[in-house]
Ligand binder design. Structure first.
Ligand code: 57M
Length: 358
């Protein structure tokens, strides 16, 4: 909105030329997101507390979690608002990619919201039935995938990390592939969200990494130089990623150990899906498994644990997802969290290096 209001003034005042630049608008989108978190955050946490929108803690989990009973949840509302509002303020609203990203974030946030609402307000510990939740996720992702596929800028070619000339076309399999990336990322972030700051740290790092990828994919000269797929218009997603990183840092202010608020499914499902859809639109889909390697590690630990338990009646981990394994091994919560962040930073750097090692 600000872009549309202020950029045209450059004809009379050259200062307003600055609104043309994606870099400038990304920085201010991130700052706006942070400020929104600092302004709305304390009020929202108070409101969630007053309406007793607090977490019930499962008794079969690590004992240290029992003290977290009643911590306000649904803090993901803050993340979604602080991403979407700055995006609408600073991005070019004529850009389709921006609308698809906003649609996916709001859509998955709404599924998460209903799940949280049933759990914490209706006191229905199961939330939305898993099958309904999954079908709704697939439906939303399918709408996004179809929009992306029909959009002229996006082709069905995927980028294979480390190979500059290998961009296989998936043909009709492209839509199921996009659904898999979006729904997979959404659920993997959700599984990771089990310790204070554990999911939001790698989400910030991933949003920061995709901020870079979006900028590069949308810049014809740099994309040609790096020999990555050029996606006209995708540069505008840098602003969305900047807002998401800013919102994440703002949320972390309150979610850091010991957390004053949890994001709930409202936050985890929307963040994961937003990262997934951006990865698809900037043509760095497969490398998301490396950028979001912490999320992958958590999801794989659950798959392995369930599979081995079913087939051998034995467990690989003391408890899955794997962060519970370390808790039960006696590691202090902040130690697990910060170490997972460190792993996430290393993975993001490796992912960025694939731009050159190819
Ligand atoms: C969400 N939710 C947290 C909070 C957060 C298949 C199975 C592995 C699924 C898995 C599962 O349900 N995962 C999805 C995990 C919960 O957090 C809430 O949920 C939101 C995210 N959706 O925002 O609202 C708890 O996590 C803790 N927490 C924090 N700080 C935070 O910032 O401490 C969350 C955010 C909160 C709080 O304690 O209550 C969760 O863990 O439930 N299930 C599991 O993870 C369970 N694992 C399990 O059953 N493992 C089995 C098999 C099936 C693999 C095994 O290893 O044998 C464990 N979870 C819990 N207790 N709580 C086990 C027991």
């Amino acid at each position: 909105m600000l872009y549309h209001l202020l950029f045209p003034l450059h004809a009379d005042y050259s200062f307003f030329n600055i609104f043309r630049y994606i870099t400038f608008r990304t920085i201010y989108a991130a700052i706006t997101a942070l400020l929104l978190c600092f302004v709305i955050g304390p009020w929202l946490i108070r409101e969630l507390g007053t309406h007793q929108i607090g977490q019930t803690i499962r008794k079969d989990g690590p004992e240290s979690h029992l003290a977290k009973e009643g911590t306000p949840t649904m803090g993901g509302l803050l993340i979604v608002l602080a991403t979407v509002i700055p995006t609408l303020l600073w991005a070019n609203l004529g850009n389709t990619y921006i609308w698809i990203a906003v649609f996916v974030m709001l859509g998955f946030g709404t599924i998460g919201f209903f799940d949280d609402y049933r759990k914490v307000v209706k006191k229905d510990s199961k939330g939305l039935p898993p099958r309904t939740k999954f079908l709704l996720q697939i439906l939303l992702a399918a709408v996004a995938a179809t929009l992306i596929y029909l959009d002229v800028g996006i082709q069905d070619k995927v980028s294979i990390p480390f190979f500059k000339k290998l961009n296989p076309s998936l043909g009709f399999l492209y839509i199921p592939f996009v659904i898999l990336v979006i729904v997979g990322a959404s659920n993997a972030v959700n599984l990771t969200d089990g310790l204070d700051g554990l999911a939001i740290g790698p989400s910030i790092i991933s949003a920061g990494t995709y901020m870079l990828f979006a900028y590069l994919a949308g810049h014809i000269k740099i994309a040609n130089y790096l020999q990555i797929q050029y996606v006209p218009g995708a540069g505008e997603l840098t602003i969305f990623c900047g807002a998401m990183a800013g919102a994440g840092i703002g949320f972390l202010w309150y979610n850091t150990y010991p957390a004053q608020v949890f994001m709930g499914d409202t936050g985890s499902l929307s963040l994961g899906a937003a990262l997934g859809v951006v990865a698809v639109m900037v043509k760095q889909e497969i490398v998301l498994a490396l950028v979001g390697g912490v999320f992958v590690m958590e999801a794989v630990s659950v798959i392995l644990q369930v599979y081995f338990f079913k087939t051998t009646r034995k467990r690989i981990f003391r408890m899955a997802p794997v962060h519970h394994h370390f808790e039960l091994a006696g590691w202090a919560e902040p130690k697990i969290i910060v170490r997972f962040w460190i792993i996430s930073i290393i993975l993001a750097l490796l992912a960025i290096s694939t731009l050159k090692i190819r």
